[in-house]
Design a protein around this ligand. Structure first.
Ligand code: GLA
Length: 397
């Protein structure tokens, strides 16, 4: 269920919270004692900066994962998912160390493992999961699942864990139990975002500021375009970009690339021998600056003016970080040609989604232009949807 695992899944129709509750009743009998929701995310700007201890600016999507759950006796967790259509059960032995539960259940077992590792008494539970977050599209379906399960288990067990500490725990589930070396952005977005705002996160100290991002008031929309690009070794490429960044930081004698300011970039580049490392470093340092510039413009309510920064971010990912693929480049070019104010790939790369900032009344025309450009190139038709910044993880009433 990795957000970068490739493929597109069609979700069942109907309200996701009702599907989770109905799934619980059908699978386990009776009513769940509660429902907890956590969203997917798009990243407005700040790509591959999180594990360099830099800045990101994601916002939560309206698409959510919902867990309907209640306690059960003993150290057993029984989990049903509408996507697999089956229930799995795991016990204390399976969460004694990472890797014993595999497949989609690993994200759930990983949260139980991480909570226990942190010293919490995790209650046994029955959980039914439904989701509207597309899988394999770079919209953080994994983080949504981890965050919804975490919210459910914390409440069911009456466990105290401050919201600011929850993303790190969910990230440990993914990094250590599942084994994916991702940064802190996705879980932070799913847990800490607010409706109508983007989340300005400093990935070094995890301090946040909620930046108003009122698209409706500005007459704007964010169009999310699912590139439908096939999986292209994304996991290995992600790990290799991470290694390049660490090598760059080490060669420059800094703890993380976050420590290289934009005014030090030329000197830093001159210091590096390897051309590829130079490109990787240039992306991260300029991307951190673009996040800061975007935040400054949003604070000044100059939403339209962030467009060129979004597009510059894409060019940097394409030419310096080298993580784009023809489908996403085509989507960005077609969106810009059709009048988008800015457009960029969002997420880890090698496929996934593109976001375009558009005048609200141009969203359909931009979507149609991207679809036409895809048809001309013989690509599988893209998915398109407009989204608003939505709430983070919460218990549903
Ligand atoms: C994936 C990872 C994040 C982040 C992005 C790139 O989504 O899960 O931690 O590194 O890629 O910005």
């Amino acid at each position: 269920m990795s957000a970068r695992s490739g493929g597109t899944v069609t979700h069942p129709s109907g309200d996701v919270a009702e599907r989770a509750a109905a799934g619980f009743s059908a699978q386990f009998g009776g009513q769940a004692s509660g429902r907890w929701a956590a969203p997917g995310r798009v990243n407005l700007i700040g790509e591959h900066t999180d594990y360099n201890e830099g800045f990101v600016l994601p916002f939560a999507l309206p698409m959510r994962t919902v867990v309907a759950a209640d306690r059960q006796d003993g150290e057993h967790w029984t989990v049903w998912s509408e996507l697999s259509g089956e229930a799995i059960t795991f016990g204390a032995d399976d969460v004694a160390e990472p890797g014993r539960v595999t497949g989609w259940g690993a994200y759930v077992a990983g949260v139980v493992w991480a909570l226990r590792e942190a010293g919490h008494q995790v209650p046994g539970a029955r959980l039914a999961i439904a989701s509207d977050v597309p899988l394999g599209s770079g919209l953080s379906s994994s983080a949504a699942l981890e965050s919804a399960v975490l919210a459910a288990l914390l409440d069911l067990g009456g466990l105290a864990l401050a919201p600011a500490l929850q993303p790190r725990l969910a990230q440990r589930a993914e990094n250590v139990y599942v084994g994916a070396p991702t940064g802190i952005m996705d879980q932070s977005a799913s847990i800490r975002c607010r409706a109508g705002h983007a989340l300005f996160l400093d990935c070094r100290d995890e301090s946040v500021e909620h930046i108003p991002f009122d698209l409706g008031a500005a007459g704007l929309a964010v169009l999310v375009i699912d590139s439908r690009a096939p999986h292209r070794h994304a996991d290995g490429e992600y790990a290799s970009r991470r290694r390049s960044c660490e090598a760059g930081a080490s060669a420059l004698g800094v703890a993380a690339l976050r420590d290289v300011g934009i005014d030090q970039l030329d000197a830093a580049l001159a210091h590096l021998d390897d051309e590829e490392t130079r490109r990787r470093v240039r992306h991260v340092v300029t991307e951190d600056q673009r996040v800061l510039d975007t935040v400054a413009l949003l604070r000044a309510a100059r939403v339209r003016d962030i467009g060129p920064l979004l597009t510059a971010s894409h060019v940097s990912m394409r030419d310096d970080f080298e993580i784009t693929v023809p489908e996403v480049d085509t989507a960005v070019e077609a969106a810009l040609a059709a009048g988008a104010l800015g457009a960029r790939m969002t997420g880890g790369g090698f496929g996934g989604c593109v976001l375009a900032l558009v005048e609200a009344d141009r969203a359909d025309a931009v979507a149609a232009a991207v679809t036409d450009a895809y048809a001309q190139r013989g690509f599988t038709a893209p998915g398109t949807v407009t989204v608003l910044p939505s709430p983070g993880a919460a218990r549903l009433l």
